[in-house]
Design a protein around this ligand. Structure first.
Ligand code: HEC
Length: 175
């Protein structure tokens, strides 16, 4: 972990913890820079101590978020945590879910004219296909993603289950 002193000092010279702020060196005319540069040594010390007490939150926040990702923070399937105690399987959840909500349009048995616009080849009627498309399915339908199906759709709890099952690798009981 980066020391706070380092963060504070570098903040006035080259941007320091500026990954969260603007990137790159501070431009000369940046509003915040002039007063920072005029700060005397003793005030620097105070700021640094203050930084040690509070600033470490800022410097470590990213790390702790990475260690414990939350469902709501996930922007893609690989960021979605799989609960260790999950009991969801293709048989007890995935297959019936997809049959109820997706396969009416996304099925390999449906010819072009009967898919209500679902792209040809975008089929989720067997486990291999579902796993292959897992990240895309998650991004449209699981957790906070509610684009599919196009109208109505499952309860939020069901979408959360879909996210759980997919994030755990779409397990099956017969493997
Ligand atoms: C009423 C028909 C219909 C239903 C039901 C439906 N879709 Fe779709 N789906 C579409 C159409 C039309 C498109 C193409 C337009 C678009 O991409 O938004 C599409 C596109 C997609 C795509 C993007 C193409 C791809 O394969 O990456 C995904 C993913 C998807 N749907 C997933 C789902 C999932 C998961 C469900 C069930 C929860 C579902 N859809 C239910 C009609 C449907």
């Amino acid at each position: 972990m980066r020391s706070l002193l380092e963060c504070d000092v570098s903040h006035s010279t080259e941007g320091g913890c500026s990954k969260q702020n603007d990137s790159g060196p501070l431009p000369k005319g940046r509003p915040k820079a002039p007063s920072d540069l005029r700060v005397g040594t003793s005030r620097y010390l105070v700021l640094s101590v203050f930084g040690l007490a509070l600033g470490s939150l800022g410097c470590t926040a990213d790390e702790s978020e990475t260690e414990e990702p939350t469902i709501a923070d996930a922007t893609k399937l690989s960021e979605r945590p799989c609960p260790e105690d999950s009991i969801l399987s293709y048989e007890n959840f995935g297959e019936p879910f997809l049959l109820s909500w997706c396969n009416g349009c996304h099925s390999s048995v449906l010819p072009e004219g009967e898919r209500q616009g679902a792209p040809l080849g975008s089929d989720f009627d067997d486990l291999a296909m579902v796993r292959e498309a897992g990240a895309r399915i998650w991004a449209r339908s699981a957790d906070h993603n509610r684009q599919m199906p196009p109208l109505a759709g499952p309860e939020d709890e069901e979408r959360t289950r879909l996210g759980e099952w997919l994030s755990c690798g779409a397990p099956s009981e017969v493997e």
